[in-house]
Ligand binder design. Structure first.
Ligand code: GLN
Length: 510
């Protein structure tokens, strides 16, 4: 097999080849670095390339040669969303305010992936501080969708999704506060899961909204995501919201789901509110086909209604800015990051204000203003208080829905990838795009997206979202793996098999 073919293999295939000593981790890593050098000019998935990647791979090879059992994914390269702290690479959250900042520690999830023998390839692009749905709010320029470089790869984790869909990395870290793993996965034809809140450590994950943030896997198939999930999740004493729970193996669940090939005995809830107005016809059509496929495979389909989901986006865009405005107060030009002094005699307040003015982009400023307003004395109850009440109602909607169904499904995003520039000056249009993904974060439940086909009208990938109850991550993976297998059987392969493998920037692209 030629080195360039390695990049089209899945993480589990690569791990097997490495374990059987058919290829070394160093060779696999070099193949991915070469692929990055070849396509990054058009895709721009990465903000930083790990210069130590090949050395890290060689160290893993040496351990494998000495017979050490490291993990099922040992030697496989991984891309890391630049919201996660890495001790050997800058960690910027795609913001100017953290340009060049190298943290003194690794995020727990990153440390665990290194211990498992995964090889970091670099840091991936995102909307600044993970605020956005397109990566256009990155201070370092947007990433591009491998299916059409004039289009967005989703956001905030568009870099991770684009890296995976452009075969630059077999797996990647994402983070999901309101959909930043699932929506990018949906619009790039890749796979992404958000664990139950508290399932993955947030220690060293640069905080956006602490009560909503979760780190999760991005990949090209369900098994790879599940294997990767098993590597980095689980209790961490350094995160006070981490769940001390004996999690089953997600990989086992995924393998079981793929093998079973039937959905007999499973009640699948179709959420009425997550497939209505504003959903693209091609998205709806594929979703209806998926429901038919699930029915044919023996699932019992139940329609469930979640009336408060209609208010989820509005409530989220109060809770998130409120928490973000407080989390981002630490970028004060004193402790770390950028410092801008307007003149030599400037006071600390003037330095702080000049730094925040220069260091934050427009979307971050918009949310800090929204958040501080929502939390201000006279408005706290009217805005933040009501939003929290809505959050409780959404949680109750889920409880009711899960009394009728084992898992819930919906389209993962209302539309396919939109054009770069189309919504960047229209915050409302950008926010409304998150309608499908936000409810899961509001309730802390696990949710993921797998590709279900290409939309008729534009030939672009569409994802189906699978949601399960709290701590039922294994059920989510199992059902996702069964659906993936049924879809592959029906379409004669996976959606990403049809993805372009070389890219060119078109006329309008910069
Ligand atoms: N698009 C959502 C937002 O802009 C989701 C962000 C995220 O999950 N980090 O807030």
């Amino acid at each position: 097999m030629s080195a360039s073919e390695l990049v089209f293999k899945s993480a589990s295939e690569l791990a097997t080849l490495i374990r059987d000593k058919q290829v070394s981790s160093a060779e696999v890593t070099r193949a991915h670095l070469d692929r990055m050098a070849e396509v990054e000019g058009a895709i721009h998935a990465f903000l930083h390339v790990n210069e130590g990647a090949v050395d890290a791979a060689k160290a893993v090879d040496a351990k494998i040669a000495s017979g050490e059992k490291i993990s099922e994914l040992a030697g496989v390269p991984v891309a890391i969303k630049d919201i996660l702290c890495t001790v050997d690479m800058p960690s910027t959250a795609a913001s100017r305010i953290l340009e060049g900042w190298i943290p003194p520690y690794d995020a727990t999830v990153v440390a665990r992936s290194r211990e498992a023998g995964l090889v970091p390839l670099g840091k991936t692009n995102l909307d600044e501080f993970a605020m956005g749905s397109s990566t256009e709010f990155s201070a370092y320029g947007p990433s591009r969708n491998p299916w059409d470089t004039d289009r967005i790869p989703g956001g905030s984790g568009g870099g991770s999704a684009a890296a995976v869909a452009a075969f630059e990395a077999p797996i990647a870290f994402g983070s999901d506060t309101g959909g930043s793993i699932r929506q990018p996965a949906a619009v790039t034809g890749s796979v992404g899961f958000k664990p139950t809140y508290g399932g993955a450590s947030r220690f060293g994950a640069i905080a956006l909204a602490s009560s909503l943030d979760q780190v999760g896997p991005v990949s090209r198939n369900v098994l790879d995501a599940a294997l990767f999930h098993d590597v980095f999740t689980g209790y961490d004493a350094k995160d006070s919201t981490s769940l001390n729970y004996n999690w089953p193996s997600m990989a086992e669940a995924a393998r079981l789901g793929a093998k079973e090939g039937s959905l007999k005995g499973l009640r699948i809830g179709v959420v009425k509110e997550l497939n209505g107005e504003g959903f693209q016809p091609g998205v709806k059509a594929l979703f209806n086909e998926l429901v038919e496929l699930a029915t044919a495979a023996g699932a019992e389909i139940v329609e469930v209604s979640a009336p408060h989901f209609d208010y989820a986006t509005a409530a989220y865009y109060l809770i998130l800015p409120a928490e973000a405005s407080s989390n981002l107060a630490k970028y004060d030009a004193v402790r770390f990051g950028l410092r801008v002094a307007p003149n030599e005699a400037a006071t600390i307040e003037e330095v702080m204000s000049a730094t925040r003015e220069a260091g934050f982009g427009p979307e971050v400023k918009r949310r800090i203003i929204l958040g501080t307003y929502a939390l201000s004395a006279g408005y706290y109850d009217a805005y933040y208080g009501s939003a929290q009440q809505v959050r409780t109602l959404i949680q109750r909607d889920f409880e009711n829905a899960f009394a009728k169904a084992d898992v819930l499904i919906s389209p993962a995003a209302p539309t396919t990838a939109f054009k770069i520039g189309e919504r960047v000056n229209d915050p409302m249009a950008m926010y409304l795009n998150d309608i499908t993904t936000i409810p899961a974060n509001m309730a802390g439940i696990p949710a993921g997206s797998i590709p279900m086909g290409l939309a008729d009208e534009d030939g672009l990938p569409v994802g189906v979202q699978i949601m399960a109850g709290i701590k039922k991550d294994d059920l989510m993976y199992k059902v996702a793996a069964t659906l993936e297998a049924l879809l592959a059987e029906k379409h004669g392969g996976s959606v990403l098999d049809k993805a372009p493998r070389s890219y060119a920037l078109k006329g309008g692209a910069k």
